[in-house]
Design a protein around this ligand. Structure first.
Ligand SMILES: [Zn+2]
Length: 245
């Protein structure tokens, strides 16, 4: 007699147990089911958004809308590390077609403060950086350091965010002439990424781009030229331009 195990996975979106055939991405006992995966708002392939300051652009795999947000918040604040791998696998899929990002010398993840690293036990951005690294074949280098523990950005207004992260990062390596892709979890105002970029440029970096898991649509991005390819839902609202066009 042959015993067949029907493996099931707990979906990080709807919290249902689903059979492996219904899991779009599975990692250990967790998955995202096909329904929930379909409800994630994806960014069109190879799209780039306007960033802030000296960061030339930011690319993102998802828009920060309801389904992504619910999974991400549990990942980040309830320490659901497995969810990070599920998002990470989705990022690897998205960025593997973005070969243009292969021109970067290395990926620099935005670091967590040591206090939050102790609380959480992992840096969510590190996990994303590893998967993006696999996708574009660019190594990860932890060259950005936090010089002080600021407050969590998510609790602050846009103006407070800008003040909060000012001079929060440093880099003590020689990065002369380097092209660096900064990886963060979510892009909201771009302040954090820009402050990291300043630290890297002070260390000699020449070109800075950004890649994030999710991009937050913001009102002030209205009325900027439309992208060439994008989802219908965001056609009226989102600012995207395409690299090299
Ligand atoms: Zn689901």
């Amino acid at each position: 007699m042959r015993i067949v195990f029907n493996r099931s996975y707990l979906c990080c979106g709807c919290k249902r147990r689903v059979a492996s055939a219904d899991a779009a991405i599975a990692y250990r006992g967790c998955c995202i089911c096909s329904d929930c995966y379909g409800r994630l708002d994806r960014v069109s392939p190879k799209s780039t958004f306007e960033a802030k300051g000296i960061v030339e652009f930011v690319s993102a795999a998802f828009y920060y809308t309801e389904m992504y947000r619910s999974i991400f918040l549990e990942y980040k604040f309830w320490d659901m590390e497995m969810y990070g791998h599920i998002i990470g696998i989705a990022l690897r899929e998205y960025f593997s077609s973005f070969s243009e990002l292969g021109v970067y010398d290395f990926i620099a993840p935005v670091p967590l403060s040591s206090r939050r690293m102790k609380q959480r036990g992992f840096n969510q951005t590190d996990i994303f950086a590893q998967y993006i690294s696999q996708a574009i074949d660019v190594p990860v280098r932890h060259c950005i350091k936090r010089v002080r523990d600021e407050m969590a950005q998510s609790t602050l207004s846009a103006v407070e965010r800008a003040v909060n992260v000012r001079k929060a990062f440093s880099c003590s390596e020689d990065l002369s002439g380097m092209k660096i892709l900064i990886v963060d979890d979510v892009f909201t105002t771009g302040n954090t990424m820009n402050e990291c970029a300043k630290a890297l440029c002070q260390a000699g970096a020449e070109k800075i781009g950004g890649a994030v898991a999710a991009y937050v649509y913001r009102k002030q991005n209205l009325n900027i030229p439309l992208p060439r390819v994008m989802s219908e839902k965001y056609r009226k609202h989102t600012v995207i331009y395409h690299k090299g066009t």
